[in-house]
Design a protein around this ligand. Structure first.
Ligand code: ZN
Length: 138
């Protein structure tokens, strides 16, 4: 088994900022000219997520609206009572969405659907710089 580690940084605005990182992941993977591998995409942090979405204007409003109902930004959170950083909702949203995705590389192509993009969503209540790790295993 061989492991290749790649990483890149993403600057965000916070507040459920949804950023398409598909091209950055493709660049990290395709630069190695591999045929078959497991590609694991992971972001470090407890107020940030990685998931998949059709990156189109409607869903870029629908998903934040759904998450606002689920974990409202102005809700009451025990985390905020303890840490006074006001981002309890950020942690809850990030925990539910998760911080990684795995994409199979088959015959030299990442197996993403035609309307499926890999996105980073920063839920924190301030701008952040996030590090995305792409681990390629074959
Ligand atoms: Zn916090």
């Amino acid at each position: 088994m061989t492991v290749i580690n790649e990483k890149f940084n993403v600057n965000t605005h916070g507040f459920t900022d949804i950023i398409d990182i598909t091209q950055k992941v493709k660049h990290a993977v395709y630069s190695h000219s591999l045929q078959n591998a497991v590609v694991h995409v992971y972001v470090a942090g407890s107020t940030v997520s990685i998931t998949n979405i059709e990156f189109e204007p409607g869903l870029l409003v629908d998903l934040p609206e759904a998450l606002e109902k689920f974990a409202p930004a102005n809700g009451s959170y025990h985390h905020d009572a303890t840490w006074h950083d006001g981002n309890g909702y950020s942690h809850v949203r990030a925990s539910v969405i998760g911080n990684n995705t795995t994409v199979p590389l088959i015959d030299g192509a990442l197996q993403l659907g035609q309307w499926q993009q890999i996105v980073l969503i920063d839920f924190d209540n301030k701008a952040r710089t996030r590090t995305v790790y792409v681990q390629i295993v074959f």
